[in-house]
Design a protein around this ligand. Sequence first.
Ligand code: ADE
Length: 425
Amino acid sequence: MTATVVQLKHEVKDLSLAPLGKQRIEWAGREMPVLGQIRDRFAKEKPFAGIRLAACCHVTTETAHLAIALKAGGADAVLIASNPLSTQDDVAASLVADYGIPVFALKGEDAATYERHVNIALDHRPNIIIDDGSDVVASLIQHRQNQISDLIGTTEETTTGIVRLRAMFRDGVLTFPAMNVNDADTKHFFDNRYGTGQSTLDGIIRATNVLLAGKNIVVAGYGWCGKGTALRARGMGGNVIVTEIDPIRAIEAVMDGFRVMPMDEAAPVGDLFITVTGNKHIIRSEHFDVMKDGAMVCNSGHFDIEIDLKVLGEKATEVRTVRPFTQEYRLKSGKSVIVLGEGRLINLAAAEGHPSAVMDMSFANQALACEYLVKNKGKLEPGLHSIPVDVDKEIARLKLQAMGINIDTLTASQIEYMNSWTSGT
Ligand code: ADE
């Protein structure tokens, strides 16, 4: 029997890639048991019947499972890419052809196409927006105030998006509820730390195939993503240097066993630089000037603003692609700087993003955050909302269960002890 191909309005690179995408989506599903259980429940309960949903995510095998779960729950969902370089074209094709989900995403799309896709997501007149970086929400607020009344709420996946939402709230323009998925424990402890740690190194290795052992690896930023990246870089035998602006995080990095210094001092000694700060121009003109010949720079923060590539371009006499996602900038000084993944998220540009096992929990949070918004429609104050602790804990419980790991429970006398203050020394 031949499968029915659903022709939808969509914009993907090549629908003939669908069989490969379907195979890879199914592979990822093996590591996503928690989201799978939620999908099966959604299929019975249909919490999103009549709900229009726009998701702006990295279009990966893991995001495919989120989109499939939302559709199973009755959502009328469209999916666009949250980064020009992160789309997996085979997955986009399969979502359209095999799962009947409209996708507007092409790996390598230019800025105008990206913006057009954001507008397509908003043309859907979403009741719920799932955002990764807050571009869709920012566009809604700036250009489509008349659609805010359609909105039940939004969810945000990433640290950068949360920083932007807080700024929107301070400016008085966040007039609807936004679920803070990033700060759920079952999200950032695992996705930001172990997901970014593994996938960043994966992207660097796929792009360059260089040996990391013995290299001076400079990790800029010691948030959860920086912690994971530094940990895994050390695991590969790198001599890891951390740069920070926060004194507490700097002490943490020192006591975790890393050298800590300002970028001015790290720049001349680093062999490989990885930015994960969420801020702009972490590596800039004065740093390029003192780098070793052949130093490699890449970014694993959300936006491509952490490395000042404009200034590097001005210093260069020639830019040539030496491998996929690897460009050599030959400088007037005679030295070269190697830029990986065009300064965009290296883990998604040159590799496949975080592994499925961590995205399972991140996207379980996304799915349940959407359900929470629908269940509490009209009751939530405008502004950021945490994922309820019981939801966070339930995701952890389901994950442990799927991993076949049991843990202890408190005895009655332990509960009593924890609730009393009379017994001391
Ligand atoms: N962000 C980081 N890794 C990801 C992945 N694999 N899928 C979707 N979003 C991601």
